[in-house]
Design a binder for this molecule. Structure first.
Ligand SMILES: CC(C)[C@H](C(=O)O)[C@@H](O)C(=O)O
Ligand code: SF4
Length: 480
C-alpha cells in the first residue's frame, strides 16, 4: 500500500498489484489491451511459435489504423480495394488473420466502428475510469482523459500482455500539473497542452505519471481531456490522467462496452472514489496560469518548440542551453525559417485535420465552425479532414460537417492515422509546410522533408482560409 493520502495514480496502482517482488517491481494486472496492425504481428507470431493462447481475449480489442489508406476502401461493386504498399498490406493481413485465430474482438478496415485505436477505445466504452490500459503505441496516455492509467508498451510487452494479461512494472513518480484560472475565449485544450509542453519541455515528465488538475479540466469535455492526455508522452511522461467526474460518467453511459444496469451503478460508485486525496503529495508539481495561454503554434521540430501565434520565430541564441541552441539552429534550417519572422506570416500549403489528438466530433465541429461559408486560400494545395473513426464520420455527416469541409475546398476521408505520420499514402510533399492538428512535428514525420506546424483544429481551419498561420480570433471577427 502507498501513503495514507493517495494520488489517483497510487489508487489505480494499488488496485492492480498482483504480486510484489523483492526487487521493487510489481506484477500489474492489465484491464484493457488495444492492438493495432503495426506493433502486433511479431507478438502474435511469438505466441503461435510457443503454442500459447491469448489469456483474456475479451479484454483485448484490435483495430487497424496506421497503414490504411484514407481513400475509399471498397469499389463500386462492394469489393475491398487492395493496399498497394506491400508492407502495409502484410501488416493488415496479419491482424485480420490473427484476431479471429486468437479469438480477439476485431473492428476491420470496413467496419463502421473502425478508427484510430485511441479514438475507438473511449468511444466504445472499452476504456474506463480506474482501469489499466496498454497498447503498443506511444499515445496510449490519451485514455487517461477518462481517468484511466494508460501507457504505451513495446512489441515484446504486447506479447507478454497477450499471453498473461499482466506486466512487470516499477512504479513511476507522480507529477501534478495544476492549471489555475480560466482559458480565454477561442483558446482550446490543444493550445493548452502545447503551452504546457512548452513550459515543461519534452523531458519535463520523464519517469512520471502526470495528473492534470484544476477547474479548467473539470470544465472540459471528455474530447478535450483526451486531447490533453494524448500529448503527455510529448512531455516525456509515462502517462497522463484526469480524475473521472460526472462529465466522464455522462460520456460513458450507454456506450457499447460500458457496464450496464446494476453493474453501471456499482462502477460509478467505485469511480467516484478515484481522485487524489486531499493532502496527497506529488513528487513534482508545476503550476500553469491559464490566462497566459494564447492560440499556440510550433516553429521547430520538437513539440516543445511552441510560441503564441502573435509571436515570432525565436533566435537560437535566446536559449541559455548550448545544446538547445544547436537544436534550434537545426530546426530552423529544416523548417526553412529565419529568427524574428512573424509566425502569422508563415505561408502553408497543406492542411491536416485529424489524428488521435484532434479527430473527434468536437474537433471537427470546431474546424467546421471556422470554415462554414468560407473557402480555402489559393496557397493551399492539399487539405484533408480525417475523422477519427467511422462513428465520428457518421455523426459528422449527420450534422452536415462533411459538406462544410468539401464546400470550403478540403477533402473528406475515411478514418485512420493518415498524415499524422508517413506510414500510408497521405503525406506532405518534400519542402512543403503544413498546419496540422496532430501531435508530432519531428523531422520527416509527415513525409520526407515535410515541415509541420502543430495547431488546434480551429487554428488549422484559420490557416486553410488565410493560406498562412493565422490567429483564429482575428478571422472570427470578420464576416464569412
Ligand atoms: C507506429 C506506432 C508504434 C507509433 C507510436 O508508438 O506512437 C505511432 O503511433 C506514432 O504516433 O508515432
Ligand atoms: S494518429 Fe498519429 S499519434 Fe495517433 S496513433 Fe496514429 S500515428 Fe500515432
Amino acid at each position: 500500500m502507498s501513503a495514507k493520502h493517495r494520488t489517483l495514480y497510487d489508487k489505480i496502482w494499488d488496485a492492480h498489484v498482483v504480486e510484489q517482488r523483492d526487487d521493487g517491481t510489481c506484477l500489474i494486472f492489465i484491464d484493457r489491451h488495444l492492438v493495432h496492425e503495426v506493433t502486433s504481428p511479431q507478438a502474435f507470431e511469438a505466441l503461435r511459435l510457443s503454442g500459447r493462447k491469448v489469456r483474456r481475449p475479451e479484454l483485448t480489442l484490435a483495430v487497424p489504423d496506421h497503414n490504411l489508406p484514407t481513400t475509399a476502401r471498397v469499389d463500386a461493386d462492394g469489393n475491398r480495394i487492395p493496399i498497394a504498399d506491400q508492407e502495409s498490406a502484410a501488416q493488415l493481413a496479419a491482424l485480420e488473420a490473427n484476431a479471429p485465430a486468437f479469438g480477439v474482438r476485431y473492428f476491420g478496415a470496413t467496419a463502421k466502428e473502425q478508427g484510430i485505436v485511441h479514438v475507438v477505445g473511449p468511444e466504445q466504452g472499452f476504456s474506463l475510469p480506474g482501469t489499466t490500459i496498454v497498447c503498443g503505441d506511444s499515445h496510449t496516455a490519451c485514455h487517461g482523459g477518462l481517468g484511466a492509467w494508460a501507457f504505451g508498451i513495446g512489441t515484446s510487452e504486447v506479447e507478454h500482455v497477450l499471453a498473461t494479461q499482466t506486466l512487470l512494472l516499477r512504479k513511476s513518480r507522480t507529477m501534478e500539473i495544476r492549471v489555475e484560472g480560466e482559458l480565454g475565449p477561442g483558446i482550446t485544450s490543444k493550445d493548452l497542452i502545447l503551452h504546457i509542453i512548452g513550459v515543461i519541455g519534452t523531458a519535463g515528465g520523464t519517469g512520471h505519471v502526470i495528473e492534470y488538475r484544476g477547474k479548467v479540466f473539470e470544465d472540459m469535455s471528455i474530447e478535450s481531456r483526451l486531447t490533453v492526455c494524448n500529448m503527455s508522452i510529448e512531455g516525456g511522461a509515462r502517462g497522463g490522467m484526469i480524475a473521472p467526474d460526472e462529465t466522464t460518467f455522462a460520456y460513458l453511459k450507454g456506450r457499447n462496452f460500458a457496464p450496464k444496469g446494476e453493474e453501471w451503478d456499482k462502477a460509478v460508485a467505485y469511480w467516484k472514489t478515484l481522485h487524489s486525496d486531499e493532502g496527497a503529495v506529488f513528487d513534482k508539481s508545476v503550476v500553469i496560469d491559464a490566462t497566459e495561454v494564447e492560440p499556440t503554434v510550433t516553429w521547430g521540430t520538437s513539440p516543445e518548440d511552441v510560441v503564441p501565434i502573435g509571436g515570432v520565430v525565436p533566435d537560437p541564441l535566446s536559449f541559455a542551453d548550448p545544446s538547445k541552441q544547436k537544436a534550434a539552429r537545426a530546426s530552423l534550417d529544416y523548417m526553412g525559417l529565419e529568427p524574428g519572422q512573424r509566425m502569422d506570416e508563415i505561408e502553408v500549403q497543406n492542411i491536416f485535420i485529424g489524428s488521435c489528438t484532434n479527430s473527434r466530433i468536437e474537433d471537427l465541429r470546431a474546424a467546421a465552425e471556422v470554415l462554414r461559408g468560407r473557402h480555402i486560400h489559393p496557397n493551399i494545395k492539399w487539405g484533408i479532414v480525417v475523422p477519427g473513426s467511422g462513428l465520428v464520420k457518421i455523426q459528422a455527416e449527420a450534422e452536415g460537417l462533411d459538406k462544410v469541409f468539401i464546400d470550403a475546398g478540403l477533402e473528406w476521408r475515411e478514418p485512420g492515422c493518415s498524415a499524422c505520420l508517413g506510414m500510408n499514402p497521405d503525406k506532405v510533399p518534400m519542402g512543403e509546410r503544413s498546419a496540422s492538428t496532430s501531435n508530432r512535428n519531428f523531422v520527416g514525420r509527415q513525409g520526407p522533408g515535410a515541415r509541420t506546424h502543430l495547431v488546434s483544429p480551429s487554428m488549422a481551419a484559420a490557416a486553410a482560409v488565410a493560406g498562412r498561420l493565422a490567429d483564429v480570433r482575428e478571422l472570427s471577427k470578420q464576416p464569412a
